[in-house]
Design a binder for this molecule. Structure first.
Ligand SMILES: Nc1ncnc2c1ncn2[C@@H]1O[C@H](C[S@+](CC[C@H]([NH3+])C(=O)[O-])CC(=O)[O-])[C@@H](O)[C@H]1O
Ligand SMILES: O=C(O)C(=O)Cc1ccccc1
Length: 243
């Protein structure tokens, strides 16, 4: 499959509208995420390895906010536990339609169910591994505690939650340094200053990052025994929380 280049914000927009996971974004998504999220490919591979480590026989593995199913495919190709099912959920119709085709073209063994739903309303049951790879940051802040508590309740003992997020920082100097370095990363990947600045405006009220300590506090409050940051590249990090 040829990868389409993301040029959504390449020309000057007269009216700035909030970022949405619509057809246009879904069409260029692999290019957009690869050029925008430092360490993305390493994270996808790492999540497959962790899913294999924690998947328990006869349980569900969830990919919440699956987009085109990159996490689903990585888990599917790695998990060896018997009789697991991957449940991949996204509320964007454009993403789910394309994910269906991509998952069909992959013939690894683990069965996959794809659902177009709001993850805040999806039941989570009999789970050993739950992944939210850059999804929690798009959920309204006042709904995040309830979502993580629901995931905790749906996990079996020994199960894990993996959450990857863009981070913010309490002190202004650190925050500015990471934002600036991420900007350099995007420029190095061919985005112009105008593209970067227009996308930043579109994301402003849509992607709300939190601090690392806010994430650990939420995992603890939900009941998780322990949480670790297992990956970080610039201001993009991934956590694993243990039930
Ligand atoms: N409430 C919600 N319910 C369901 N889906 C949602 C919700 N809110 C946002 N989404 C979905 O979460 C996804 C976030 S992208 C995930 C990348 C993927 N995990 C990857 O590893 O390639 C991250 C990014 O673009 O930075 C989008 O597909 C949204 O439609
Ligand atoms: O592009 C950015 O600035 C980001 O923070 C990451 C991102 C990647 C893909 C969709 C939305 C946000």
């Amino acid at each position: 499959m040829t990868r389409k280049t993301d040029n959504i914000y390449a020309s000057a927009l007269t009216e700035m509208v909030d970022f949405r996971f619509d057809e246009r974004v879904a069409d260029v998504f692999p290019d957009m995420i690869q050029r925008s999220v430092p360490g993305y490919a390493t994270l996808i591979a790492g999540i497959g390895i962790l899913a294999d480590k924690y998947a328990i026989e006869k349980t569900h593995c969830y990919d919440l906010g699956c987009s085109l199913g990159a996490v689903t495919l990585s888990m599917r190709q790695r998990i060896k536990a018997a009789h697991c099912r991957i449940i991949a959920i996204d509320n964007s119709a454009a993403m789910i339609e394309r994910a269906e085709r991509i998952v069909k073209a992959d013939n690894s063994r683990v069965p996959v169910s794809l659902r177009q739903e709001d993850i805040c309303h999806s039941p989570i049951t009999n789970a050993s591994v739950v992944v939210m790879n850059f999804t929690l940051q798009f959920v309204p802040v006042d709904q995040r505690n309830a979502l993580i508590a629901k995931v905790y309740a749906g996990l079996e003992p020994g199960g894990v939650l993996i959450v990857s997020e863009k981070l913010t920082f309490d002190d202004a100097d650190s925050a500015a340094w990471f934002i600036d370095s991420h900007l350099d990363f995007k420029r190095a990947n061919g985005y112009s200053d105008m593209e970067i600045s227009q996308k930043r405006s579109a994301l402003e009220h849509v992607l709300i990052p939190e601090t690392e300590s806010a994430h650990h506090a939420r995992f603890a409050q939900a009941g998780f025994q322990r949480s670790l940051r297992w990956f970080q590249c610039f201001n993009f990090a991934s956590f694993i929380a243990f039930k």
